[in-house]
Design a protein around this ligand. Structure first.
Ligand SMILES: [Fe+2]
Length: 245
């Protein structure tokens, strides 16, 4: 079975459409969205409409739409984008994001999915200590997440102790799950990559041979940038997607 895991689309429908075309072409059986369908770019409703036909987790940008005090902690560009998004979201989509879960578990294949971290809902897993603290909070052999917008593989060695490794993934890359190890896999970002590569990123998990493939894809960045600019979004948001930052 092929399972697609996509995160951090952030209202960038031009990127999401390209990602979904790839998903269809490779005949994926199941699609999960790991949160942050909205925020930053100007097509949040279109992104949520796609998520609705699949399963989706609440990201911190959906949470910010529902909790203004949390949005007030965002940087000005992100905060303004949340205000803009709130004016745009349909009543249906506001209802939809209110009901998103903070995690999902695939019972058939026994893996877990979150947006940010288990330690604190929207903590960033960026260092060994935080990865270790998170490994202690789940039993499954893989936990998929997003939130940092940086694709990465965290591995816990077979001792089950503080034996943690991390590799970043910048291009297309496939590896096979070692059944003696455990993993936290960051699937990167569809709509706003921040690893220096402007191409969108998502992951396909093939449950048969236990392979995990990071897929990088080009999309028309200029379309999203221009739409965001015309919508009056912060110029930095319009520029950063060209650089993958
Ligand atoms: Fe995000």
């Amino acid at each position: 079975m092929k399972i697609a895991l996509l995160s951090d689309c952030h209202g960038n429908i031009a990127a999401l459409e390209v990602a979904m075309n790839i998903v269809r072409k490779i005949r994926v059986d199941k699609v999960y969205f790991l949160g942050d369908m909205v925020g930053y770019y100007p097509n949040p409703n279109e992104c949520l409409d796609i998520a609705k036909s699949h399963e989706c987790i609440m990201g911190n940008h959906e949470y910010a739409c529902l909790h203004r005090e949390y949005a007030s902690l965002f940087n000005p560009a992100a905060k303004n984008a949340i205000e803009w998004t709130l004016n745009e979201l349909t009543a249906d989509n506001i209802e939809y994001i209110k009901n998103l879960p903070d995690k999902l578990r695939n019972e058939e294949f026994g893996f877990l999915m979150i947006h940010g971290a288990l330690t604190r809902p929207f903590e960033y897993i960026r260092d060994k200590h935080t990865a270790w603290a998170n490994f202690k909070l789940f039993k499954e052999y893989i936990m998929f997440g997003g939130h940092t917008h940086i694709p990465a593989i965290w591995t816990q060695g077979e001792s089950g102790e503080y034996d943690i490794d991390m590799v970043r993934v910048q291009d297309d890359f496939t590896f096979f799950i070692d059944s003696k190890k455990r993993y936290i896999i960051n699937v990167g970002s569809v709509g706003q990559p921040r690893d220096g590569n402007p191409d969108g990123c998502f992951v396909i998990f093939e449950t048969g041979d236990k392979s995990v493939s990071f897929i990088r894809f080009e999309y028309p960045v200029e379309i999203t940038s221009e739409r965001a600019y015309k919508a009056g979004m912060d110029r930095f948001l319009c520029e950063r997607i060209f650089m993958g930052m």
